[in-house]
Design a protein around this ligand. Structure first.
Ligand code: ZN
Ligand code: ZN
Ligand code: ZN
Length: 121
């Protein structure tokens, strides 16, 4: 039986791929397990509207370092002007507006300290 490639990444064979938090792609999904898991997180991430306050510790979209579904090279090109997203940190202890602009200004003016939170650079 021929092994078919995942229709999403076109890199891995369908129904392959294992790792922490990786779900098995259901039969007939035509995806590898990693792309299936990534798709599930993309849905959860947008459905729950994750941001720095509501992020899920296991979410592959909030935490790109957890994402084991390597994107195809063709999708990576053309986005060179987008800065890679660093890990998101909570702004619960901050006084600025709880919106993307407030958080962006905070990230610019401060740096994250694992024990103290956001501190001035
Ligand atoms: Zn795939
Ligand atoms: Zn998320
Ligand atoms: Zn902040």
């Amino acid at each position: 039986m021929a092994r078919k490639l995942c229709t999403v990444c076109e890199i891995r064979t369908q129904y392959t791929g294992t790792g922490v938090g990786v779900d098995d792609a259901p039969h007939l999904s035509d995806m590898c397990n990693l792309c299936y898991t990534e798709g599930g997180w993309e849905n959860t991430h947008s459905d729950e509207g994750h941001d720095a306050e509501t992020m899920d510790d296991d979410c592959w979209i909030c935490h790109p370092n957890l994402n084991r579904a390597a994107r195809p090279a063709k999708e990576r090109t053309g986005h060179t002007n987008t800065a890679p997203k660093g890990p998101a940190h909570s702004h619960n202890g901050c006084t600025h507006n709880a919106n993307p602009q407030g958080r962006a200004a905070c990230r610019k003016a401060n740096r994250w300290d694992d024990t103290k939170g956001w501190i001035a650079r």
